[in-house]
Design a binder for this molecule. Structure first.
Ligand code: C2O
Ligand code: CU
Length: 432
């Protein structure tokens, strides 16, 4: 974040629109050019892409276990496809061109039909030339409501991203810059969060659904004016909520917080140059009704329990700047192979439990995302950790994950630093 270019405060509030989708009622989600005020008020607005006139796209709220119908209409002058990130849905609705569907061409549309099995905080984004289309704004929140919502006064969605902007508000189009692809990826010089509310009351208990929609930036967050617990990660309830202190979200990761408001809320991204304000929420009145009570866990997830792994695969991340060479044909590779291979990296029979060691043999952190499933982060001792769909593996570190592959189809496995994905860090698994 270059503080010489822009001031920190993004105090002009832009409200995220919210759309609740009722079962029998297809929502038309039109991908199109939009103009959004990204820089603080008084600066120029930015020409971007978005959905239904907004960037981020509208926060879609759906009921768990109810069929959802979304007609994605392509109002762009290039192809697109939409991925419902984190949802364990049917493979042909996963939104990945070539692997699961044809491209939606300009002027065409595609009917996405699925039934979300798990409550939680998810998001949707373009999955075609995504390093560019997502950077231009093609993303939005997807909230699957709880059967029984927790006792909170407000439920506020927070979408974070960063953009490389000029002082005239225009977005840099250097999305595929080779130097950034080989390093941490295309990143912005300005960041902010879009919220679905503009104020809270003193004493309110609030659920924040925080989504890191940035294409490449890992966001360390600090929240002031609110104290409480992290209750879910990547949509999935934590068995034991944990105290909210510093929270780090890799690209695509989400965290649900339940907090009690003690003053104006400031959401900051911590950078080497200091705190960068992403958003603030002002206090508007006081909640005198709420009685103090402990913050408890959300309803437990309904995922199958892993059994003894029947396969143990190793996925080694290779390439990029400052690393030794590899056998792939692009900047980055998994196990000496760049880009999507003909043959899957793994073939599993439905319901099989698999252990994977993700080895980061590069000089950069990677956020590895598996489509169609959640997996457990595992300790050396086999203890099951958090259930996630994207896991951050720091440079020169490794992480084991354990996954029950119970969703048939062809599923992408890739780095969610989208510059690294286009730079070769993509593979897939087959579940039959
Ligand atoms: Cu969030 Cu392959 O995507
Ligand atoms: Cu990466």
């Amino acid at each position: 974040m270059n503080r010489r270019h822009f001031l920190a405060s993004a105090s002009a509030l832009a409200i995220l629109p919210t759309v609740t989708i009722a079962a029998q009622n297809p929502l038309r989600l039109r991908a199109e050019a939009v103009v959004q005020q990204i820089l603080p008020a008084g600066n120029a607005a930015t020409a971007m892409l978005g959905f239904n006139g907004s960037m981020p796209g509208p926060a879609l709220r759906v009921a768990r276990g109810e069929p959802v119908s979304i007609d994605v209409v392509n109002g762009l002058d290039e192809g697109t496809a939409v991925h419902w990130h984190g949802l364990r849905i049917e493979n042909r609705m996963d939104g990945v061109p070539v692997l699961t569907q044809e491209l939606i061409n300009p002027g065409e549309s595609m009917a996405y039909r699925f039934t979300p099995p798990d409550a939680g905080t998810y998001w949707y984004h373009s999955h075609y030339i995504s390093y560019e289309q997502v950077a231009r704004g093609m993303m939005g929140p997807l909230i699957v409501e709880d059967d029984v919502p927790p006792d909170v006064d407000q439920d506020i969605t927070v979408v974070i991203s960063d953009w490389m902007l000029s002082e005239d508000g225009s977005l840099s189009e250097d999305f595929a810059n080779m130097h950034s692809v080989a390093h941490g990826g295309y990143m912005g010089n300005f960041a902010r969060a879009f919220l679905s509310a503009s104020s809270v009351r003193q004493g309110d208990r609030v659920r924040f659904r925080v989504i890191n929609a940035a294409t490449n930036r890992i966001v360390p967050l600090a929240v002031t004016g609110a104290g409480g617990m992290v209750v879910a990660l990547d949509g999935m309830a934590l068995v034991e909520p944990r105290p909210l202190s510093e929270l780090v979200l890799a690209p695509a990761q989400r965290a649900d917080l339940i907090v009690d408001i003690s003053g104006p809320v400031e959401i900051d991204m911590l950078t080497r140059q200091g705190a960068f304000r992403l958003a603030d929420l002002k206090i508007d009145g006081a909640n005198t009704q709420r009685q103090p009570s402990p913050i408890t866990a959300l309803a437990p997830h309904g995922l199958p329990a892993p059994s003894e792994p029947t396969q143990h695969l190793t996925l080694t991340m290779m390439g990029g700047a400052m690393a030794r060479g590899h056998g792939g044909t692009n900047i980055w590779a998994f196990n000496d192979v760049s880009d999507l291979p003909e043959q899957p990296f793994g073939s599993f029979s439905r319901g099989e439990t698999v252990r994977m060691t993700l080895v980061n043999d590069t000089a950069f952190a990677h956020g590895i995302h598996l489509h169609g499933h959640h997996f457990f982060e595992a300790g050396e001792d086999n203890a099951l950790g958090d259930l996630r769909d994207t896991t951050l593996v720091e440079a020169n570190e490794k992480r084991d994950i354990i996954c029950v592959f119970d969703n048939p189809g062809r599923w992408l496995l890739h780095c969610h630093m989208l510059s690294h994905a286009v730079g070769g860090m993509r593979t897939w698994v087959n579940v039959a």
